[in-house]
Design a protein around this ligand. Structure first.
Ligand code: BDR
Ligand code: CA
Length: 311
């Protein structure tokens, strides 16, 4: 199984990303690190612990990382994820302990200790990942690739051209994209194809397990937020697509392209400028997702959630 670390800010769709990784034996989840984004760091960390506990995942360390972007202030996505960051279900119950080291240090140790190169899957702002690359460049040979949910080849969701994870920490995204490491960008142009429809929610509920019910309740809250904020009929589940791309590359079609992060635009700070048609002559620095096998994605996700619930 491929060793992976998930850096996340749960977050309704981050929760599904964790379950997908935990429930599929093609990856081995070495650790989970958290970042401020959808909610403050204390909340995203608690939420990561809650999801792992609900899924019955023991022995995967969770470490808290950056509580703010590299530059500027944090603006959380309370409108989409609620005041807890995982509003909807009742998630009470015992949770594990957070590791006594910073996320960046946990990532360093896990990468150093892994016999095989590690794939880093980032589903929140890229603050921790950028700090890791800047403070511990010696980890680079131990990394296989960075797969991140963020950006878009099209328009944004937080500003007209900026997607939330990149807008939250554009400097961090810039560092990652200019690191020279292989990267895969899972942007809104594909994540908006994976919608938690009424049938998806019914399938979660129909599992007849506490975890299935919680997924249904999470998606019901997420749906009402997306309906209110964006007028979407069904909410897009962004983050698990990044995990799916690692589990089965045939599910996500990518093309190599040069991706730059707009750091200074008057109206477009945080936009990903994707040179899909090779107009600039810049060398591609990312495999950019341009297509998704939607049915195969949902089959993977449902199977993983069932496996987590079965223990
Ligand atoms: C991204 O922003 C967050 O709200 C989601 O968890 C996802 O990572 C989508 O723009
Ligand atoms: Ca996220």
């Amino acid at each position: 199984a491929q060793p992976v670390i998930i850096d996340c800010d749960p977050g309704h769709d981050d929760a599904l990303a964790l379950l997908l990784a935990a429930g599929d034996s093609r990856v081995r989840l070495l650790g989970v690190t958290t970042v401020a984004g959808n909610q403050t760091l204390d909340k995203t960390t608690r939420n990561a612990l809650r999801i792992l506990a609900l899924a019955g995942i023991a022995g995967v360390p969770v470490a808290a990382g950056s509580d703010r972007p590299l530059v500027g202030e944090l603006t959380v996505a309370e409108d989409i994820h609620g005041s807890s960051g995982l509003d909807g279900p009742d998630l009470d119950g015992p949770v594990g302990e957070v590791a006594g080291v910073h996320a960046v240090e946990l990532m360093r140790r896990l990468i150093a200790g892994s016999a095989e190169p590690v794939t880093l899957i980032a589903t929140g702002p890229l603050t921790n990942v950028a700090l890791l690359l800047r403070t511990h460049p010696e980890v680079v040979p131990g990394l296989n690739r960075i797969v991140f949910m963020g950006g878009s080849t099209e328009r944004g969701n937080t500003t007209p051209y900026g997607e939330f994870n990149i807008v939250t920490d554009p400097e961090a995204a810039d560092i990652v994209l200019r690191s020279g490491l292989p990267t895969t960008m899972i942007g809104l142009n594909v994540t908006h194809l994976a919608l938690a429809t009424t049938e998806v929610i019914a399938e979660f509920r129909g599992m007849g397990t506490r975890l299935g019910t919680i997924c249904a309740e999470l998606m019901t809250f997420f749906a009402s937020a997306y309906r209110r904020e964006f007028g979407f009929e069904h909410p897009p589940v962004h983050d698990p697509i990044a995990v799916a791309a690692v589990l089965d590359p045939s599910i996500v079609r990518t093309v190599p392209a040069a991706v730059a992060v707009e750091l200074n635009g008057t109206h477009t700070r945080g936009a990903t400028v994707v040179d899909l048609h090779h107009r600039t002559g810049a060398t591609p620095n990312a495999d950019v997702a341009v297509g998704l096998d939607v049915d195969a994605f949902w089959r993977l996700l449902m199977a993983a959630v069932r496996r987590c619930a079965a223990g």
